[in-house]
Design a protein around this ligand. Structure first.
Ligand code: TRP
Length: 446
């Protein structure tokens, strides 16, 4: 990233943006959340609905988010105010900040668990017993705090410095490791049933709940609906091609999700696990695969390390958005903003950490029939709020910014897009908002 005339950073190249945005997108959402949601939603049919949501709903919204960032060169709140000074729509920016903090609070708990697995594989490798992690509440909270501190250290130093360079090496390595684990899984007897279950759609399984889960997963996995892509887009220069960047991010993110499915489900079927096991699925199945593998401890260590890095590039984007607001709009020093936001996140995340350790502090409430506090947080922030935020962003584009202006922003560097801008406008004006609104309405039983 190079400094621009405005004194704000800017990506050195298109690759810088694609790496950072793909780093934000690819994470636990692909490897932990996608398989467990697929498992609970019946397999192949869900995957098909998910792919449709990605292409027809999430990709158009992503182009809108990036273009608003590039056009205004601001954080989420600042971007809305730059389009119309003093606008009430800035509430949408505040909602984005709350959502960022809300997601980070439980995401870092799960990421902490990944770090804990890493540590126990490292111990097992150096001869200290088995590689399983029995998380007590104290240790889950410890690893949660540890992961927050890692995130904080990266964000305090400026996102671009280290993370761009790392992702270039470690992300491809993650892909290669996953391919190796997939190959191993396919040699397990009975694994083909898993491949078939994952790839063959059974249309009778598609209902409103499945469509909602698919759409929410698309927003979550692509980091949409809370201003992360907007903020990263704000560091794009006016020469860089939004359509091409967005398309690459979508491609990589979807590739990793599909590979994660191919990594988990053959093993689920071969080893006799329950695909609908929920949030614990990835964490139960993979260690079992590693345990039965020659060199499994080393491979487990490598895999959980790389997954931790992928999660870190995601938590960094969550913390960065909230930090950018306090730095840009409130003129806080970067370090104060980072520490204050992390401290608040830690407090909010403690119940999720206890829940993950098997001591849900609010178990007597069982709000909305969810599976404990962490599941509730994921539902409220990771599902509802992202869908609502994306819907509001479309409405902001339609009624305030003007979609022709947004389209012109994208078309200015993409002659290819220019030919299809009307199609895009149609999607963002009609299909995306109606689809999201319909799904939200179904959810509330309207
Ligand atoms: N997309 C990330 C993942 O799949 C999680 C994430 C990072 C995110 N930043 C976000 C989700 C912003 C929603 C909004 O793991």
């Amino acid at each position: 990233m190079a400094a621009s005339a405005s004194g704000r950073g800017q990506w050195g190249s298109q690759l810088g943006f694609v790496l950072a945005a793909a780093g934000s997108a690819i994470g636990l959402g692909n490897i932990w959340r996608f398989p467990y949601v697929t498992g609970q939603s019946g397999g192949g049919a869900f995957v098909l609905v998910y792919l449709c949501c990605v292409v027809f709903v999430a990709l158009p919204v992503m182009l809108l988010e990036i273009s608003l960032g590039r056009a205004t060169q601001r954080n989420p709140v600042g971007a809305l105010l730059a389009v119309r000074p003093g606008t009430r729509w800035r509430f949408l920016g505040y909602l984005a900040l709350a959502t960022g903090l809300g997601i980070l609070s439980y995401y870092a708990v799960i990421a902490g668990k990944v770090a804990a697995y890493c540590a126990s594989y490292a111990r097992a490798l150096t001869g200290g017993g088995g590689a399983d992690y029995q998380g007590t509440a104290g240790s889950v909270v410890f690893y949660f705090a540890f992961f927050l501190v890692l995130t904080l250290a990266v964000v305090a130093g400026g996102v671009q410095r280290g993370i761009e360079r790392w992702s270039k090496i470690l992300m491809p390595l993650l892909l290669v490791t996953m391919l190796g684990i997939i190959a191993r899984g396919l040699f397990l007897p009975g694994s083909l049933a898993g491949v078939q279950w994952f790839l063959t759609p059974d249309f009778s399984k598609i209902d409103g709940r499945v469509v909602l889960a698919a759409m929410a997963q698309a927003f979550f996995s692509l980091s949409l609906g809370m201003g992360a892509m907007l903020t990263y887009g704000s560091y794009l220069s006016k020469q860089q091609d939004i359509l091409r960047c967005g398309a690459w991010v979508v491609f990589f993110d979807t590739l990793v999700a599909v590979l994660a499915g191919l990594m988990i489900f053959p093993a689920v079927f071969a080893l006799g696990h329950d695909p609908a096991a929920g949030t614990t699925l990835t964490f139960q199945v993979l260690p079992a695969v590693f345990a039965g593998m020659p060199g499994g401890t080393a491979i487990g260590l490598l895999f959980f390390f790389l997954l931790g890095v992928a999660a870190l590039t995601s938590t960094v984007s969550l913390l960065e958005v909230v930090t950018a607001y306090f730095v840009d709009e409130r003129s806080w020093p970067r370090s104060r903003a980072v520490w204050a936001v992390s401290a608040a996140t830690f407090v909010v995340g403690i119940p999720s950490a206890f829940d993950l350790a098997g001591h849900d502090p609010f178990s007597s409430l069982r709000l909305l029939g969810q599976q404990g506090f962490l599941g509730l947080m994921d539902f409220v922030w990771g599902n509802l709020s992202l869908a609502f935020g994306s819907l509001m962003l479309c409405l902001f584009g339609i009624f305030v910014w003007g979609l022709p202006r947004a389209a012109a922003e994208i078309a200015s560097t993409s002659p290819f897009f220019a030919r299809f801008s009307r199609v895009w406008i149609f999607f963002v004006r009609w299909l995306c908002p109606l689809a999201i609104a319909f799904i939200l309405a179904t959810l509330f039983g309207l």
